[in-house]
Design a protein. Structure first.
Length: 234
């Protein structure tokens, strides 16, 4: 376990900020801080941050606005809102703006640390789902939703995938090495919306093979598991 996880605190009340900083540092986190909404937003956009503690009532911009701006700019770190009991915190509005959780002041250190820990774990899981997949000279770029053919570190070609092809390939990549039944694949990728036949899955696989295999009749990545379905190999 190398680097410390980084927490950005945005809070304009000095005593609360100091208490939070001290407790989080003692618990082993690296702490960044800002005292206005505008500075908090700037830090959240610029710095690597694993989790954010965001006060609701801030000079400059409100916590709601900071949260929404971060999400609009693609930032996915967990955000815990800090609210005061006498403030009129609208929970649903906060979640709509992209907050993950909230604590009401005054809170106990134990409660806050437990929330921080739980949200960091959730953030890690979210990151794993967004991680790019590399296989056989390709990178599946999860954020850009593109398949890139690589030559070392250089992109040689962007390969266009339909939404279904992309979702299917991403699913295969994150289930590498597992034998997956057709039913399982269709359920996991399309869920209840899927009313096609198994043949349609096979035809999506055929078109993907055409795009990623050197010889689609002798696939190296999307392998057929007879009597079961498919297995992905990188
Ligand atoms: Ca405040």
């Amino acid at each position: 376990m190398g680097e410390k996880q980084r927490i950005l605190i945005v809070e304009d009340e000095e005593p609360i900020m100091m208490g939070l900083r001290e407790n989080l540092e003692v618990a082993g986190y690296e702490v960044l801080s800002a005292t206005t909404g505008t500075d908090g937003l700037a830090a959240g956009l610029k710095e690597h941050v694993d989790l954010m503690l965001l006060d609701l009532m801030l000079p400059g911009m409100s916590g709601y606005e900071v949260c929404r701006e971060l999400r609009d700019n693609g930032k996915q770190m967990p955000i815990i809102m800090l609210t005061a009991r006498q403030e009129d915190f609208d929970k649903l509005h906060g979640f709509e703006m992209g907050a993950d959780d909230y604590v009401t002041k005054p809170f106990s250190v134990e409660e806050l640390l437990a929330r921080v820990h739980a949200n960091l774990l959730r953030g890690e899981r979210r990151k794993d789902q967004n991680v790019n997949h590399a296989f056989g000279g390709f990178i599946l770029d999860m954020e850009a939703r593109l398949l890139k053919r690589m030559d070392g570190d250089t992109v040689v070609e962007d390969i266009t995938l339909t939404k279904t092809e992309f979702d299917l390939l991403a699913y295969f990549c994150s289930n590498e090495g597992k034998a997956l039944s057709r039913d399982q694949v269709m359920n996991d990728v399309w869920g209840m919306e899927y009313y096609g036949t198994q043949r349609s899955l096979d035809s999506f696989v055929a078109s993907l093979r055409h795009k990623i295999e050197v010889d689609s009749s002798k696939p190296l990545h999307i392998l057929t598991v007879h009597g079961v379905g498919y297995k992905f190999a990188s």
